[in-house]
Design a protein around this ligand. Structure first.
Ligand SMILES: [Fe+2]
Length: 279
């Protein structure tokens, strides 16, 4: 059986000795899903794969789903998006990558946000470009008890865009706008597999806390984000070509650091796994 080696940090486990072709076998899939719930980030080193192989591996974690923005769905396998975040000489990169420099969790603007996200490294720059992860269980547990009690039961509005976001998101078509009305989620969510509570933050999408005045909501959201920025909650994955990283959006945030050399290709495949309504 493959082995899970914990990463040196507050989250993350590396799977050694896995034949990726066997990921959908019952026992292996169970091990992978246990590792995801326990370590929140699962790294599987290996060779580069074709989109249909990546899709087959991702299916061990649930039902892959297409992403909102149509132009990011690759023609070959629509559930596998090709994410190009190569840094250009003028300092620009793909807009999604620029926004991804801020801490976030994927797709919280959906009523049922993605349970997990899988990235598979195809072209990786010679240095830099780590993806950092934040353990939102430990962020919740680090808050004072009185504040945790206050937050339990609070709900918040997530939107595709909010004035609180530092960068404007990618434009949507009329159909995509119709598919992304504002949604309400609990501010503290319970992991369905482990029962552990996690703070459910997403600074670029989180507009306000239900029932609070704007100023009070802004101040509380800022204070919570501040706790999540503390390095003791973080682990950074340094990519090698062929790596798979899959993380649990129900109890993590992530960000990319755009510190890699200009014009060295950085290309990933991405698969989103369908999730449930947060509770
Ligand atoms: Fe992301």
């Amino acid at each position: 059986m493959p082995e899970i080696v914990p990463c040196k940090g507050p989250l993350g486990g590396r799977i050694e000795g896995l034949d990726r072709c066997r990921a959908q076998e019952t026992e292996i899939a169970a091990l992978l899903n246990r590792a995801l719930a326990e370590y929140l980030l699962v790294v599987v080193p290996g060779e580069r794969m074709m989109p249909h192989e990546t899709l087959a591996f991702a299916e061990a974690f649930g039902q892959p789903r297409t992403q909102l923005l149509r132009y990011k769905r690759s023609g070959e396998v629509p559930e596998v998006s090709i994410m190009v975040s190569t840094l250009m000489a003028d300092g620009s990169t793909d807009k999604t990558a620029i926004r991804a420099e801020d801490w976030h969790t994927d797709d919280s603007y959906f009523a049922k946000p993605a349970k997990a996200t899988l990235l598979h490294g195809i072209e990786i720059p010679s240095r830099g470009g780590a993806t950092w992860f934040c353990n939102m269980h430990s962020v919740y547990e680090a808050l004072p008890g009185t504040l945790r009690t206050r937050l339990d039961g609070m709900r918040a509005i997530h939107g595709y865009d909010t004035p609180r976001a530092r960068n404007r998101p990618s434009p949507r078509t009329a159909q995509e706008i119709a598919e992304t009305p504002d949604v309400e989620h609990p501010l503290v969510r319970t992991h369905p597999d482990t029962g552990r509570k996690a703070l459910y933050l997403n600074p670029n999408r989180l507009d306000r806390i239900v029932g609070l005045e704007r100023a009070e909501s802004d101040a509380l959201l800022d204070a919570l984000a501040e706790e999540a920025r503390k390095p003791e909650h973080h682990f950074g994955h340094v990519w090698k070509p062929g790596d798979i990283a899959i993380w649990d959006n129900r109890a993590t945030m992530h960000r990319v650091v755009i510190d890699y050399p200009v014009s060295e290709p950085r290309i990933m495949q991405r698969v989103l796994i369908e999730g449930d309504r947060p509770f």
